[in-house]
Write a protein of this length. Structure first.
Length: 102
């Protein structure tokens, strides 16, 4: 049992470090895409099996983040998922929700 726990904690450290690298790459890509980077940021939330990258941006930049028919965010999700899956964990990019008032 001790070997398993040691391996699990080692993987957790590697996962945390690698998540920070992925976050940096994601932030770099998004700063080049979004027209308004004020209030922009990416948070990392580690779950048991999945890491969530929460993207915070202004409502004005949301269209650029989503892209035409959602292709931009879908592509970013595929890239990040392939990067993290290669290192043994799942990931999700979560975007903000803004309630549209009519």
């Amino acid at each position: 049992m001790e070997d398993f726990n040691e391996t699990a904690s080692t993987n957790r450290i590697c996962r945390t470090e690698y998540s920070k690298e992925v976050k940096t790459i994601l932030e770099d890509i998004l700063t080049r895409i979004l027209p308004d980077t004020s209030g922009f940021g990416v948070e990392i939330v580690h779950g048991e099996k999945t890491t969530i990258f929460k993207v915070n941006c202004s409502q004005k930049s949301l269209g650029h983040l989503l892209g035409k028919q959602g292709k931009m965010i879908e592509s970013l999700r595929k890239i990040v998922l392939s990067m993290t899956t290669k290192n043994g964990f799942r990931s999700i990019i979560e975007i903000p929700y803004y309630n549209v008032q009519k």
